[in-house]
Design a protein around this ligand. Structure first.
Ligand code: HEC
Length: 181
């Protein structure tokens, strides 16, 4: 009686060779799969929902926004919305009538000349700095045109933007001169 009980106690649920093979395979595959999944969890790239508003260009720009920002007295209040862009200094808001041409020249100024002429980098005469410009203006507008188009010392020809037309450069010089009067 007790012998029979013992026999039953050791009875395995694996009864056929097919079951044995299944169990052996499962015992082998389970840890392997677990390791693969764990490795993926650690190294795999997370997918990000690009459409989520927190990944929008504005939201990202806001998060990357520099702590400090240069604000010029001439900046319009809305300019505050622009992120991290220091706009040109000392310019006076164009009267609505003079809009188009003047605005275009100001845009070119900001893109091609402001780097040096707003900060006074490399000894460039600062926009709106009357005393520095006075002596230059005395040498004549043509001289200034010539320096701006052909370059002068640290001043690169056309501010380094060869695509500007001579007429645009002259308009830029006129603009700079007008700001120094
Ligand atoms: C890389 C810096 C730099 C950029 C960009 C630059 N300038 Fe200048 N600019 C200078 C420097 C430096 C001087 C002073 C040169 C000197 O007198 O030795 C100067 C001088 C001038 C002068 C006075 C020239 C004279 O004969 O006294 C004019 C006009 C001028 N720049 C116009 C411009 C215009 C217009 C642009 C944009 C298209 C421009 N600059 C872009 C550096 C720059």
């Amino acid at each position: 009686m007790s012998e029979i009980d013992e026999e039953e106690g050791h009875t395995s649920s694996i009864k056929t060779p097919k079951q044995l093979i299944t169990v052996v395979l499962a015992a082998f595959l389970f840890p392997v799969l677990t390791i693969i999944l764990l490795a993926q969890l650690v190294t795999g790239d997370r997918t990000v929902d690009q459409n989520d508003p927190i990944y929008s260009d504005e939201a990202v720009a806001k998060r990357l926004k520099p702590v400090g920002r240069l604000i010029m007295a001439s900046d319009s209040p809305q300019a505050d919305e622009n992120v991290g862009v220091a706009s040109q200094a000392g310019t006076v808001a164009a009267p609505a009538a003079a809009a188009d041409g003047a605005d275009r020249i100001k845009t070119i100024y900001t893109a091609s000349c402001a780097a040096c002429h707003t900060s006074g980098a490399a000894g460039a005469p600062k926009l709106g700095d009357k005393s520095t410009w006075a002596s230059r203006i005395k040498s004549g507008t043509d001289t200034l045109y010539n320096s701006a188009i052909k370059g002068k010392n640290a001043m690169p020809a056309k501010g380094g933007n060869a695509s500007l037309s001579d007429a645009d450069v002259k308009a830029l010089v006129d603009y700079m001169v007008s700001q120094a009067k």
